[in-house]
Design a protein around this ligand. Sequence first.
Ligand code: DGL
Length: 267
Amino acid sequence: MNPAPDAPILFFDSGLGGLTVLGPTRALLPTAPIVYAADYAGLPYGQKSEAELAARVPALLGRLVERYQPRLAVIACNTASTIALAHVRAALDLPIVGTVPAIKPAAALTKSGVIGVLGTEATVRQPYVDDLSARFAGGKTVLRHGSPGLVTGAEAKLRGGPVDSAVIARAIAGLRDQPGGDAIDVIVLACTHFPLLADELQAAAGPRVTLIDGAEGIARRIADLTRGQQWPAAATSGLAVFTRSAERPSPPLATLAPYGINRIETI
Ligand code: DGL
């Protein structure tokens, strides 16, 4: 059955990182109704256990799907995708798009044969990353580093706060200081928060290094999966939904307005 024109696309992340996937999706589907959900009560996902996320993410997405009736859901979070994508797909009856580290394009790009993967601590330890490396980067060296500081830094930057250059330097050093790390020429930003710090990371990594992430590819996948469906004639105001957190208030609307979001709800 074809979804109604006003059926939204649901984006889901622990925080504001998923906006880096929403941005290129809006460029391809400018009138798509958007619900952007951030699990502020659960942020940071990168510090949670596999068992916790495998239970939490499908349960929360189930609530959101029931409430907002999206045509498609995007898990715009590498940590949640690498751990819970299969659980979510098993639990919910709608198309689910996940976000996985862009190791395949990185392998096609590297000349030195040494790729860095920067993600959350939970993402970089996933067997999913071993599988991607074995399937798409055979014969190359894939070095990984988990940086929770970059998640905090990206959230702060988007709210207009300063970025701690020591956090950026530590993240790059975490890759470079590993054996063979000097030869890294491509770094995969394997957390949707990290492209928000691309300028700072590029400056620290230097001009020999190319940073890549999967956002454009995910946007194309969303466009493909919704091809032929109807959309509103003009853009409607997007909604952001935050799970309630005592320590982390939802951001001001001005932070979200550039992404077409004009309303905020807390659940
Ligand atoms: N944005 C998330 C990701 O892509 C994780 C941030 C967090 O640690 O909650 O992995």
